[in-house]
Design a protein around this ligand. Structure first.
Ligand SMILES: O=C([O-])CC(=O)C(=O)O
Length: 204
């Protein structure tokens, strides 16, 4: 199974633990819909505030199944995407969109059932000048992202797995997940085990 598919099964919390909490996008970048998750390779675009023309170029150049990651510098007054531009990404097979900035047409985006992560909503569109860069290294949510890195997003937020470490991080994430599941099964719902666990932790 391709590695990206395997990351689809892993919660962001386990990936975050495997990465020692070093690659979490800022927590103000939140899912529009809590029940949607995403995992895919990053196509990146860097924008100047209030200029979103290059989002179209990034969508056109992305591989299907990529996640579009937009560095809009946290700018909130003008939207990097509305429901139409998000719809173009979906139409061309991208798996989701992550934005260090704002969207508009939020109701339309909710209705699409398509994973979008952003800082919030606004009413204003952006201008279409085209300043910026597609598929360079970007900063999104105070985190460096290279094209091809794996983006994992769910209700808790978004983490990025650097491409060069993806095998190790997948392995560590799965180990962490398994350990958490074993611990839950053994302890939760069992007062004696729960007390023993707490006392053990406190004695360290
Ligand atoms: O066209 C734009 O810049 C934003 C927009 O309204 C949309 O995507 O629907």
């Amino acid at each position: 199974m391709a590695i990206v598919k395997k990351f689809e099964e892993v919660p962001t919390t386990a990936v975050s633990d495997a990465l020692k909490g070093l690659n979490n996008l800022d927590q103000t970048i939140k899912p529009v819909k809590d029940d949607l998750t995403v995992a895919g390779r990053a196509t990146t675009v860097k924008l100047r505030a209030a200029d979103n023309k290059l989002v179209l170029k990034a969508i056109a150049e992305a591989n299907p199944e990529d996640v579009l990651v937009i560095d809009a510098k946290g700018y909130m007054q003008n939207a990097s995407c509305g429901d139409f531009v998000i719809g173009l990404a979906e139409t061309l097979g991208l798996k989701g969109v992550v934005i260090d900035g704002a969207v508009r047409d939020i109701q339309g985006i909710r209705d699409m059932n398509y994973p979008v992560f952003c800082k919030g909503t606004t009413t204003a569109a952006s201008d279409k000048h085209g300043t910026g860069e597609v598929n360079g290294v970007i900063s999104c949510g105070d985190t460096a992202i290279n094209p091809g890195d794996i983006i994992v997003g769910d209700a808790d937020g978004v983490v990025v797995v650097p491409q060069e470490d993806e095998e190790t991080i997948l392995e560590k994430s799965l180990e962490k997940l398994e350990k958490d599941e074993e611990r839950e099964e053994k302890i939760l719902g069992n007062p004696e085990e729960a007390r023993k666990f707490i006392m053990d932790q406190l004695s360290k």
